[in-house]
Design a protein around this ligand. Sequence first.
Ligand SMILES: Cc1ncc(COP(=O)(O)O)c(C=O)c1O
Length: 457
Amino acid sequence: MPQPGLLAPTDTGLATQYAAYANPQWVRLLNLLQMNVRYERCLGAELFTTVGRTILDFLSGYCVHNAGHNHPDIVAALTRELESYGPAMLQSHVPELAGELAQRLCRLAGGRLTKVSFCSSGSEGVEAAIKFSRAYTGRGGMLYAQGAFHGLTCGALSLMDEPFWRDGFGPLLPGTEAVPFGSVDALAERLATRQFAAFLVEPVQAEAGIRVPDAEYLKTAQELCRRYGTLFVLDEVQTGMYRTGPFLATHHFGLDPDMVILAKALSGGLVPSGALLLSDEVYRSVFRSLKRAIVHTSTFSENGLAMRAGLATLDVLEARRLGQRAGELGAWFRQQLASALAEFEMVREVRGLGLLSGIEFTAPRQLRLRIPFAAFRRIHRGMFGQVLVMRLFREHNILTQICGNNFMVLKAAPPLVVSQAQLDTFVRELREVVELVHNSTVFWSEALGLAGRAVNI
Ligand SMILES: Cc1ncc(COP(=O)(O)O)c(C=O)c1O
């Protein structure tokens, strides 16, 4: 049973069960951050709680809800699919919806991506990319970029260098190596060894702090990969599905990757789904004969609900031109943020692509701010960002998070249906919190109080 003091006043019997039987530490963390509220309805970019709060979602479940929460067209398509009583997960028929979705994804992606291997999560897509790369090249090594986030299954985790995620789970895959994101020299040097099956990279590193590479980096990386017989694989789990404007962030940079991984927003935030898009050549290296027809598959991968959700999600994203919106509104939003935050010394940069934005903070110079900042930096590297997130949530009804591998970057990734007025609200409310950081002791004393509570529970 949960320990006394674990539960927040908002806890219900169901949360108690969760704390008792699922992940009590998660409940503790939400309580500590005063973010343990009950949501009863989620629509578009808004989350409605049982006690009448309306919270603006600027996290989108880490880029799951591109089409907005519970889009009525996607809900209706799923309802119709269920009510059709059609074949689901027979594993003994041709799943036609998977064919329809695969064709649409390939047409949207373009280039050499002409086959799709479906799965049920981003990590599973990364696992598939590792297997296909090894099969195609006959090499064992995998290159990835420092700061990457590719998922928490053992293979995907082997392509991440942050010890927080890795520690205690080894040994992981042998032959994996990280190169600095953005450095073509380091990449060229490692590729020249011809040990690597693939270079797997996010076109914009999301959890590393919304790091947008120079225009030429990925193009050069692709050329180098081709030169040394290494496959060029892009993880678009967060950046795909129109999050940055075009269907894939790949399209910003004029790339033609060998494989692309999609998940998260692929199925409207309602059914787990992922997809590995790949070239015919790479496909054939795995499925090269009849007897290998099922050599890579998984039970839920082509299930009708996920496929229907994928098709309906594409319909919504295309009909409402949400990619174009993401491009236009995103650029405008960053301009507003940059000018609203320009006067504050702790704001280093506002950056991003489409509606994937980050606000990077930096250590203060003024002694008055430096002392408390250093004090809770010593307690935990993420404390400053987490208090920002907590304040935004509690006082300003905005849900967001700091980046998983860079605690000084606040993420702003609303559903692509977000309105201009909602973006304006975010700018205004964030400015108020940043103002408090710079001009009041309230922010810092709260942060120290939080640190004390964190140590005690
Ligand atoms: C860029 C990226 N790749 C892969 C993954 C793993 O996806 P999943 O959590 O669906 O396994 C994530 C998850 O956050 C991600 O952000």
